[in-house]
Write a protein that binds this ligand. Sequence first.
Ligand SMILES: NC(=O)c1ccc[n+]([C@@H]2O[C@H](COP(=O)([O-])OP(=O)(O)OC[C@H]3O[C@@H](n4cnc5c(N)ncnc54)[C@H](OP(=O)(O)O)[C@@H]3O)[C@@H](O)[C@H]2O)c1
Length: 284
Amino acid sequence: MSNSISILGLGLMGQALAGSLLDAGHQVTVWNRSAGKGDDLVARGATRAATVAEAVAASPLVIVCVLDYAAVRALLTDVPLTGRVLVNLTNGRPSEARETAELVAGRGGDYLDGGIMAVPQMIGHPGALILYSGSQTAFDGHRDTLATMAEPRFVGADPGLAPLLDLAMLTGMYGQIAGVLEAVALVASEKVPVAEFTSTLLVPWLNAMASTMPQLAEEIAAGDYSTDVSNLEINRVGVANLVLAFEEQGVKPDLLLPMKAIIDQRVARGHGAEGLQSLIEELR
Ligand SMILES: NC(=O)c1ccc[n+]([C@@H]2O[C@H](COP(=O)([O-])OP(=O)(O)OC[C@H]3O[C@@H](n4cnc5c(N)ncnc54)[C@H](OP(=O)(O)O)[C@@H]3O)[C@@H](O)[C@H]2O)c1
């Protein structure tokens, strides 16, 4: 079934979103702040709107994907949203999502916030995921259209939930990248081929460790800080040794130092017999 969708913002992501909707046969109206973007979308059948108001008027479903929420709010100033579902796929914070939901409701619109767990090249292909939160009615009503861009997953009525989970997933990713960068730097200090080390040793190890994370999360949820794997005192000695090895190899251990500091702090408070999951207490 062909539906009408308007896309505000034709950056790399906005263009990918619009392209996937066009490919699926939908009627797509596009708007971008500056000229010169979206010509290929228009050539593929999209309609170009001259103003935000014109784009919003063109479709019941309006997707916005721009730099930040300040830009989203500025775009929507004085634009009537009655009868419109606004899906905001701009990256932001939970507090910003809640504020924007109120702004949209105040203009008579229905709001969905979204967190895109994909790069533009993945949009419209299996493996792309978008988290949504906010109006369940809006999600249910447009689920099939949203599924064109990426697997749509509704995570709750609080609009702040999708950005919260999005940021949490990015946090896990940055932690992993930090570990990989340090590991590769250490290996490269002895001129070991880093690509081979990464594919044959590091990634299988990270995958094995990743498979233990749900258990760690269950223990945190249960407040169970016991361990039969390795306690914090053993980890304190291990990480101190690791940092010394970096120094001896002439490599900066900077991305590891916060982890060392928090382990040291927890042990100094008398919790050396607990497992790594108890470090969560130092973060709360
Ligand atoms: N790219 C990714 O891999 C990826 C993945 C997940 C989520 N996201 C999120 O998607 C959003 C867009 O990212 P992108 O990759 O498309 O960025 P981008 O290629 O840099 O495009 C930014 C877009 O925002 C518009 N914009 C910036 N400031 C604006 C303003 N004040 N008013 C109106 N429009 C404004 C730009 O318009 P002009 O063309 O006029 O400059 C452009 O359309 C971001 O929130 C980003 O975090 C991106």
